[in-house]
Design a protein around this ligand. Structure first.
Ligand SMILES: [Zn+2]
Length: 270
């Protein structure tokens, strides 16, 4: 293991996280302080204040656990019971993330070990694709709603950035970063956004960008460090970080990235 990875692994091991419910996706999020990036949906949440949508947040907190384990029946029924036009865009973004993780869960349940039938695998893949399109539907709806609201400030702009990243519309995400007010450029939200953009688009300065935010102790920054290490083919380092991150925070993305790395290595081994 690289010595810098060892340093970050120690930092992660010694981090004291507490757990709260995200206002926008209802999942449990690990945090270092009141202002966090949710470890499930990456919304910027102020946990020190009550949810702006208490009823919806309470319902989602009951449904998110099942959804993250691939069972979205409760979430589907909840959405059918409401007019979707009434849902605030932040909530639609949160729900899009629940479907996205449910899709990853169904996909991870495929059985390639030879014990299952191929039909079981195709059902899992079909379900996973259906959940992905549902998540995209919610991301587009949220984007549409934000587009009509020019008064949302940097919180709304950040979510538009994140939605474009989720939809892999990197051109639009990059445009949002280019137009950030220079006064705001060094605040936590935009430093975090620039880091994500650099890592996911494999920019030359990705390593430096990740290093610059790791001192915040935000759990998600360790996830992006792992993605960066994976791009550099440092799979063992990425695996060690992701295992610890999942153990400490239960972050869904950490679990699925760990699974992808293992699958990649199994394929290279055989
Ligand atoms: Zn959340």
């Amino acid at each position: 293991m690289h010595s810098s990875t060892k340093k970050y692994l120690d930092l992660l091991r010694s981090a004291g996280y507490h757990t709260s419910t995200c206002h926008f996706c209802g999942a449990q999020t690990a945090s270092v302080s009141d202002e966090v990036f949710c470890t499930c949906c990456e919304s910027r949440v102020n946990l020190g204040i009550a949810s702006p949508y208490p009823d919806i947040s309470a319902s989602l907190s009951k449904l998110s656990g099942d959804a993250l384990n691939g069972n979205t029946k409760g979430l589907d029924a909840f959405l059918e019971s409401r007019k979707q036009g009434e849902l605030p865009p932040q909530i639609m973004y949160g729900i899009g993330n629940l479907y996205m993780h449910a899709s990853s869960y169904r996909y991870s349940m495929r059985n390639y070990s030879g014990q299952g039938f191929m039909e079981d695998n195709s059902v899992g893949i079909y379900e996973s694709l259906a959940l992905t399109s549902k998540s995209r539907e919610f991301f587009f709806k949220a984007l549409d709603a934000f587009g009509k609201d020019a008064t949302g400030g940097s919180g709304a702009l950040y979510l538009r950035f994140m939605i474009n990243m989720r939809l892999k519309r990197f051109f639009y995400a990059g445009k949002i970063l280019e137009n950030v007010d220079p006064i705001d450029e060094n605040n936590a939200i935009w430093r975090y956004s620039k880091m994500i953009y650099a890592v996911i688009t494999r920019s030359k300065n990705a390593g430096a960008q990740v290093a610059s935010v790791l001192n915040t102790g935000e759990p998600n920054t360790f996830y992006y460090l792992s993605v960066h290490l994976m791009h550099k083919k440092r799979f063992e380092d990425a695996e060690a970080l992701l295992s610890e991150l999942f153990y400490k925070t239960g972050m869904p993305s950490a679990k699925y990235l760990l699974g992808s790395i293992k699958e990649l290595q199994d394929r290279t081994d055989t």
